[in-house]
Design a protein around this ligand. Structure first.
Ligand code: GAR
Length: 196
């Protein structure tokens, strides 16, 4: 089985979807490490409950983006990680990091790329932008990560309808339930299986 690291910053519902998919949808990979860039991320509790090793890497303790990325690489190497999944990891990684893992880093983004993506589009801001624009359909995308924010090759997408009266919060929840939590485990399985 391929060894998966999941990188998180917050609540970790996408991490939970991956944990819950282990042994069913996710058969060719095993989550062996969860790394957070925020010591208070609830995702760390989810990992601990599932018996998964955790690590916290803080940019401010590392001193610079370059040192932060070097520390991340060290932790991933120590754990012999094959595949990295960014699941609500709210920091941009530069080419110094992404070039080390070509087609080995996946990200889930809460819109249909190329809409509402790139620098500054994360979390609820993405859903606010979709509502402000007035689109009637949005969704989620899982893609490979390269040096361009949200610019790597698309692996999977799923559309979700916007409903009258939606707020960023109600839309976020629907996109997670109908798209992100379904797509991410499927995409992780596809990538792991192809590498086996
Ligand atoms: C998810 O909606 C994810 O798609 C989004 O943040 C949320 C994290 O939730 N990611 C981005 O916006 C990345 N640009 P979670 O911590 O509950 O998985």
């Amino acid at each position: 089985m391929k060894r998966i690291a999941v990188l998180v910053s917050g609540g970790g519902t996408n991490l939970q979807a991956l944990i819950d998919a282990q042994g069913s949808v996710l058969k060719s990979g095993k989550i062996t490490l969860v790394v957070a860039n925020n010591a208070n991320a609830y995702a760390l509790e989810r990992a601990k409950k599932a018996g998964i090793e955790t690590s916290v890497v803080l940019k401010k303790e590392c001193g610079s983006q370059a040192a932060f990325e070097e520390r991340l690489k060290e932790v991933l190497t120590e754990h012999q990680i094959d595949i990295i999944v960014l699941a609500g990891f709210m920091t941009i990684l530069t080419e110094n990091f992404t070039n080390c893992y070509p087609k080995r880093i996946l990200n889930v983004h809460p819109s249909l790329i190329p809409s509402f993506c790139g620098e500054g589009f994360y979390g609820l801001r993405v859903h606010q932008a979709a509502l402000d624009y007035g689109v009637k359909v949005t969704g989620a995308t899982v893609h490979f990560v390269n040096e361009i924010p949200d610019g790597g090759e698309i692996i999977a997408q799923k559309a979700v309808c916007i409903e009258d009266g939606d707020t960023p919060e109600t839309l976020q929840r629907r996109v997670m339930e109908q798209a992100e939590w379904v797509l991410l485990p499927q995409a992780a399985e596809k990538v792991c299986k192809e590498l086996l």
